[in-house]
Each structure stands twice: as structure tokens, then as C-alpha cells.
Design a protein around this ligand. Sequence first.
Ligand code: DGT
Ligand code: CA
Ligand code: ZN
Length: 646
Amino acid sequence: MVKVGGWTLPKSRRQEPPYVSKTQLVDVLEQIAILLELSGANGFRVRAYQNGSRTLASMEEDLFTIVSENRIVEVKGIGKGIGGLITEAVMYGTWGGMQSLYDKIPPGLIEIVGIPGLGPKRARILHESLGVDSVESLKAACELGHVSPLSGFGEKSQQKYLDGIDLLRRYQGRTRMDVGLLYGRALEEKISKIKGVEKAQLAGSARRRRETIGDLDIVVSSQLDQHHEVIQEILSLPGIAEVKGYGESKVSLILEQEMLSNSVESGSIDERLAATLIERNSDATIDAQVRIVTPDTFPFTLAYFTGSKEHNIRMRQEAINRGLRLNEFGLFPENLAGESIGMEAAKHTLKCVDESEIYKNLGMNWVPPEMREDMGEIEAASFSKNPLPELISPSDLRGAFHNHTVYSDGANTLEEMAKAAQLLGWEYLGIADHSETLNIGGRQIGIPSDNVLNQSNEINRLNQIWSDQNIDFRLFHGSECDILADGKLDYPDHIRKIFSHVVGSVHALGSWRNRDEIENTEALIRAIEDPTFTILGHPTGRILQVREGFPIDMHAVIRRMGELNSEGILKAIEINASPYRLDLDWRLCKFAKEQNVPICINPDAHDTNGLEDVWYGVQIARKGWLERSDILNSRTSSEIESLFNH
Ligand code: DGT
Ligand code: CA
Ligand code: ZN
């Protein structure tokens, strides 16, 4: 998504060439293409810059070498003009006449490019015919119905833009948890290695494991006389797109892709994500606020910047109730605190060597960061009340029940998926390929009824082999069965009865999104009541930052599932662990638990690597207060077997 406030040409902080990196040039060329298109330049020029950007992105040889040896125009896909621009930028850090192009286009117009269905060409038409030059003016034009009569637009586009604006507003400048944590950990690690740094720790929404992250917050502990040098070192780290500002104890940065190179553990889930981002040359950047404090102050600063703001406000009130003042510098007896502020005030604080001592001084147990949302944790942490939950951890999982294979749209075979699950130390893996009716773009994705038995036979054969070899592992043969618009489940009854478990999911979102909440809720409950139904898959169908789920009264759905569970009929709800979904939402987990509905953390894996996504699901489960006993897939294989057969 395009950043607010338009674009600026990179200014180099280097003292010698190369003044700009390949990544920066790839971005600039792409931006120029969009700006040219917005300004009505001819298509050939636009495409030349698009091609230039793509060519650079896939170029393997070192850019600086090519430019220094004057070979840039020999590269196929880069002409004289663009070659000149690249050379100037790399060798001198300047951008020729490009600044005037950047100045000419209203930033608001750039912002609307990126709303789904709105490219530069259409943005220009809207600009020229309706004077649209910002998200606000586009919104007004849509609401007044001025967009739909334009040739080539129509009602549908108009509505789509309104939806897109809504989404843009809600998620503006936010980053998915997986990508945010990747950057956060990389920065944390790079800062930790700086001489004079005792500790660097991620705080903010990243530490609280929110599903999307606005900006990263990092707290650094270092002796006072080292602060100046530590800050200088931070400023010169690779992967900083821009320094937004810095002072004696704070650095404000924009991170870019290069931050990810050589920083993630090899073979880890992070390494694969980093590789994907780099390969796609994603232009994702993320802001980071770094605070540098002394070791004595560190716990207070860490606690403060971990937030949430709502949690902090409650904590501060708890302090006030005890005649204390709490802030990012310390916890002060009111009579000592006086007028002093900042590091001066810190001298008067009660000593706390870590966060848990801060909580202890306020009569509380340490609260896991994920729970710091003022959703009851203050009460639960107070010594007099019920204890805090013992949160689930990734190693508590013994398997997962929603996974795909080559039988539907997965990339790996049953055997390969099983091997990968065994490597994770799991006892079992539930296969749930798509059901018959699911097709995408006219192509059938789901397993036709007449092939279900083949899969069943293959699974039985594999289970027999493991059993013969005394290997404690088995596959469960389930199905991700489509919930049709009327609430019926896909497949004839006798086919569905073959499965050990049925993950019921809504995929044909169209009719659900156009229906009201009451009808959707009734239909979903009808599906859940089907005797073969076991687990509700990705309950709302949302894709984070892309589309909202369909309207549904999830509380009513969960209540009904709770009733069925009380009757001894297993109806579990999924936390779809894909970082794109994280659906069930964490805000509803506690309610599900209270209603006695087991939660199943499912990776929805479409290949062997995908299984590891359960990690994100566990983070969300923790955020939702869940313990091991609340999680279906923390049960043993034999417990599951009897639950499924009940
Ligand atoms: P984000 O970045 O939007 O995903 O969410 P956070 O929670 O990381 O929020 P951010 O970056 O604005 O601030 C980091 C933490 O600093 C926040 O969680 C709590 C603390 N904080 C920021 N502003 C305030 C404030 O006005 N009052 C209090 N009590 N705490 C604040
Ligand atoms: Ca933040
Ligand atoms: Zn699905």
C-alpha cells in the first residue's frame, strides 16, 4: 500500500558511491512509472520505467560494479535515459530533473493508487474529470454517485472504491504480524550486537503480538557514557531507508528490506519469509522507534513502551492508589518524585530489576505481554483474584487438523506432509483437503466424491506402515468441507461419514457478504449442527488488510457450539494460524473458552513449510488467554481418536 504524504526521492547519507542501493532504485523507477502515468505521459515511457524497475530487481550482478564499469546501458531492458538516471544516482546521489515530477503530482493522488481496482490510469481520469486529488475527495465523489456514470467505471467500481477506502483507513500504514516481527527481530538482533549495548528488546504491539503492527518499538539498555556511540552505530546499520530523527536517547527510523539480510536464523520460518519478501522485492518498509536508556531504567521503559496504552493507564492508576507515580523512567513515591523529570527523576525511583518487580510493587503478578490489553488482566494479576492463565506454548501442540495435500490445492503428498509433521515432533496430522464443489476460476480444486476413498485407502496404508514400525504417528483423514450458502455441507452424507473430522468452511464468500448478519448466523449454525461437522474453519473468512469477513454474530455461533459441547458433541472452533487470517479473532478466544468450546490451532498448510504457521496461531491463542487444556490439538492421539468417534 502506498504511504501517506506522497513519495520523496531518497537522500543518501553515504560519503562515497554507491550513494543509493539497488532496492532504492527499484522503488524509485517504479514510482516514476506511476507518477508518469498519473501525469498522462505516453505509454512507452511509462513501460520503460516499469521494465527498468523489474530488470534491476532481477539483476544478479552487483549494480555498483556494472555502473562503475559503464555497462549499465548494455543491460537488456535498460535504455539510455534510465541508464543515465541510474548512473547519476549511484555515482552522485542526485536525481536529475526527477524532483519536478515528484513535486508535480498531488500526494493525495498517489495515495488513491493502491485502493483495490484503482491504478494510475483510472486515478488520472478521476483527477481530470472530477478533480479528485485525495482519498477524501474520492470518497466524496463516490458517495455523491459521481464516479459510476464515468465511462468504464460503473456502480461496481464505485462501491469497490468505497470499501477500499474503508480498509485503507483502518489499516493505514500497518504491517502484518509475521512481517513486522521479522523486521523487529532483525533490528533487535543487529542492535544487540553493538558494542556497549547490554540488551535490546522489542516492545509495543509487536511484543504484544497484535495481528498487525503500526510501528516497531525497541528499548535498548546501555550505560549512559555509551549512549552517544551506540546511537551513532544504530544510525549506520544496514537496512535503514531513512532516519526520521534522533536525539540523546531516541532514534526514529524507517527500515527497508536490506535489514533482513544475514540476520535471521538459517532454516527458520523467518528465513523463508525473508527470502520470499526479498524475492518478491516487496517495497514494504516499517517505522521503528528506538529508545536508549540506562540498565536501571530499562524495565520501566520496556514496560511503558510495551503498552498497551489502555494497560498503562490502568497500571498508572494502580500506582496512584498506592501513593506512587509510574512512568517510563521509574516508579516513584509521590513525596520523592517532586518536580524532577526524565533521567533526573529516575534517580528517585524504587529499584526494579525487571518487569515482574514493577508488577510486584503494585500488588500484581507479572502479566505476559500478549495479555496487556486491559481486557481483565489487571484484575486477574492482582494477588487476591483468580490466577492468570498458564498460556499455551508452541511445544504443547501434538498435531493439527486442517492441512492440504496434492489431492486438492496443496503442493505436497500425504507422505511428505506426514514427514514434515513428524519432524516437528507431532504425534498426528489431520488432513483436510477441499471438498467437491470448490472451484477457483472454473477449475475444480476440491476432491470429487469418487476420489475420497482413494485418499482414505492411502492414509490407511500409511498408518498401517507406521503402526507396523512402532512409530507413534498417524494421519487423520478429514475434509475441509464447504459450507454452502444455505448452511448445508458439501458432499453427500455417506461420503462425509467416511471422514474422521470435518472442518466446515465458507469459501463462496459472495452470497455471505451480501446477506445480513441474521441470515448468515442461522446458516452457519445450521452447518455446525450437522452431525458430521467437527471444526469451524477460518470462521469469518477475513484476509487481514485485504478484506473483511462476512457479517456474522460470532457470539451466537459460539454460544450454540458451547451448548452442543455440553451435550457431549464435539464442536471446535479454529484459530486459522495463517498470518494472513488469524481468524478466529483473539478478542473472541476468551469467550469461546468460557462457553466451553475447544479451540483448534490450525496452520491451513498448503505445503510442508506451512505447518510452521501454527506458531502465529499460538501467539493469537496466548493473546486470547488460552491454556493448553483449551486447545484441541494439544490432546494426545488416543484422546483425539475417542473424541472424533464419539
Ligand atoms: P501500534 O504501533 O499502533 O501497532 O501500537 P503500539 O501499542 O505499539 O503503540 P505505539 O507505537 O503508539 O506506542 C507504544 C507504546 O507506548 C504503547 O503501546 C503504550 C505506550 N504509549 C504510547 N502513547 C501513550 C500514551 O499516550 N499514554 C500511555 N499511557 N502510554 C502510551
Ligand atoms: Ca508501535
Ligand atoms: Zn479454507
